[in-house]
Write a protein that binds this ligand. Structure first.
Ligand SMILES: Nc1ncnc2c1ncn2[C@@H]1O[C@H](COP(=O)(O)OP(=O)(O)OP(=O)(O)O)[C@@H](O)[C@H]1O
Length: 269
C-alpha cells in the first residue's frame, strides 16, 4: 500500500483566551496519499481553518501529531504552501515580481537570471496570467489575484498545497474558471492538495475524497466519501454521473443532519 505523505494522528487543538479554554478539534485523524486531492467541508466555525493551519504549521496541536513524510510538523515550511481566500499579494510589486519573490527564494542563489525568469513565466502561464505580468494587484480582478496567489504558491514547489476557501470571494463564473484551472494543475503536476470549501459541488468536483467535519466544539471528522468519478471531469456532465450525484447527496445529508445552531461553550481553564 502507498505510504501517506501526510498523516494527522489523533489531533486535539484547544485555544485559551483570558483563562478560558475552547476545545476546537477533538481526535482528528487522517492519512493523505501523495497526489491526492482532499476537500474539507463542514459548517462555519467548526474548525476547518484550524485543521489546515495545523498542517501549515501556524497552529500548534494540544495533543497528537501532524506528520509530513514521517516528520513532525512544528512550524511553517516551504514544502507546504497556503493560498488564503483573501489573496495576500504584495501590493507594491507587479504580478511578475510577486511570483519572482517565491522563485528567488528557491532558485535565486543557484540559477541564472534567465532560468529564474523562465520559471516565473512558466508558473504564470500555468494559471494563464502572463498577459498581466506587469500589472500591480490593485489593477487586476479578484479572480486574477487568486490566480497569481496560486502561481506564487506553486513557485514554492510545495509537497502539499493548502487552499483555504480559495474561491470564496469570487463570482460564480470566475469561480468555475478557477476550479477548472486547479483541476488542470492538479492533473499536470500531481500535487497533493487540501482544500477547504463551503460549496458541495466544488468539494466533489475537485476531490478524490471529501472529508466532512462535525460541528464544534470538539469537532472531528464525521465522515469521508470517496469520489470515484473519472478524471478529467467536466462540470456540466457531472450531473448525469450517478456516482457524483450520490457523493453530493451524501454530503448534503451529512450537512443537513449537522445543521443546528452551534453554541461554543468555553470551559474555564
Ligand atoms: N487563534 C485562535 N484563538 C482562539 N480561538 C480561535 C482561534 N482560531 C480559531 N478559533 C476558534 O476556533 C473555532 C474554529 O475556527 P475555524 O476558523 O477553524 O473554523 P472554520 O470551520 O474554518 O470556520 P469558517 O468556515 O467560518 O471559516 C472558532 O470558534 C474560532 O473562533
Amino acid at each position: 500500500m502507498q505510504k501517506p505523505i501526510l498523516s494527522l494522528e489523533n489531533i486535539y487543538v484547544d485555544f485559551e483566551r483570558d483563562g478560558v479554554i475552547s476545545h476546537v478539534l477533538d481526535n482528528v485523524s487522517l492519512s493523505v496519499k501523495a497526489g491526492e486531492f482532499i476537500s474539507i467541508i463542514g459548517h462555519s466555525g467548526c474548525g476547518k481553518s484550524t485543521l489546515l493551519n495545523v498542517v501549515a504549521g501556524l497552529v500548534p496541536v494540544t495533543m497528537g501529531a501532524a506528520l509530513l513524510e514521517n516528520k513532525e510538523i512544528t512550524g511553517p515550511g516551504p514544502e507546504r504552501a497556503v493560498v488564503f481566500q483573501n489573496h495576500s499579494l504584495l501590493p507594491w510589486m507587479t504580478v511578475y515580481e510577486n511570483v519572482k519573490l517565491a522563485v528567488n527564494k528557491l532558485y535565486g542563489h543557484t540559477e541564472s537570471m534567465k532560468k529564474v525568469h523562465e520559471r516565473v513565466m512558466n508558473n504564470l502561464d500555468l494559471v494563464k496570467m502572463t498577459h498581466a505580468k506587469d500589472k500591480r494587484p490593485g489593477e487586476i480582478s479578484g479572480g486574477m489575484k487568486q490566480r497569481v496567489g496560486i502561481a506564487r504558491a506553486l513557485s514554492m514547489e510545495p509537497k502539499v498545497l493548502l487552499l483555504d476557501e480559495p474561491f470564496g470571494a469570487l463570482d460564480a463564473l470566475t469561480r468555475g474558471h478557477l476550479q477548472d484551472t486547479v483541476m488542470e494543475l492538479h492533473d499536470r503536476i500531481k500535487a497533493t492538495v487540501l482544500m477547504i470549501t463551503h460549496d458541495v459541488d466544488e468539494a466533489v468536483l475537485l476531490a478524490d475524497r471529501v472529508v466532512m467535519m462535525s460541528n464544534g466544539p470538539k469537532a472531528t471528522i464525521g465522515k469521508i466519501v470517496d469520489v470515484t468519478s473519472p478524471r478529467p471531469r467536466v462540470r456540466r456532465e457531472l450531473y448525469d454521473d450517478r456516482s457524483f450525484m450520490s457523493c453530493r447527496q451524501e454530503i448534503v445529508s451529512f450537512l443537513e443532519e449537522h445543521d443546528r445552531v452551534v453554541k461554543f461553550e468555553p470551559v474555564p481553564a
